[in-house]
Ligand binder design. Structure first.
Ligand code: CO
Length: 134
């Protein structure tokens, strides 16, 4: 069902500092910061030859990553995003197998302007999983 790894998202407290590490220490191609108020994060996109890394910094008071950063003061891997061709079919298949879909269960438009869903980390080896329809 799942296809390519679309991105790995890393939550950070200091986006400028994390961007500098990827740009200068790791020598990666790093975008400027993009505020996404609807998602409660500011995002930096890092293009790798085979996938992307997204650095997420909390934005606003009810950021969905605020709690994660309380527990992970140095930042850390927040979720992985897999591509699917039909997100509704994927959702229904996963639910039939007992997986929990977060929120109201309906896809929302994600950071790349495409429909996304999140799956409960307890059902996927302790990892928050995002599905993106491509
Ligand atoms: Co994501």
């Amino acid at each position: 069902m799942i296809g390519r790894l679309n991105h790995v998202a890393i939550a950070v407290k200091d986006l400028a500092r994390a961007s500098a590490v990827y740009r200068e220490t790791l020598g990666a191609k790093v975008s400027g910061p993009t505020p996404q108020p609807d998602h409660g994060v500011t995002v930096v996109f890092i293009e790798l030859p085979n996938t992307k890394i997204e650095l997420l910094e909390p934005l606003g008071e009810n950021s969905p990553i605020a709690k994660f950063l309380e527990k992970n003061a140095d930042g850390g891997m927040h979720h992985v995003c897999y591509e699917v061709t039909d997100i509704i079919a994927a959702r229904d298949q996963l639910k039939a197998k007992g997986a929990r879909v977060l929120g109201d269960g309906n896809p929302k438009i994600g950071a790349h302007g495409k429909p996304v869903l999140f799956l409960h980390p307890k059902d996927f080896a302790g990892t928050l999983v995002e599905l993106e329809q491509v």
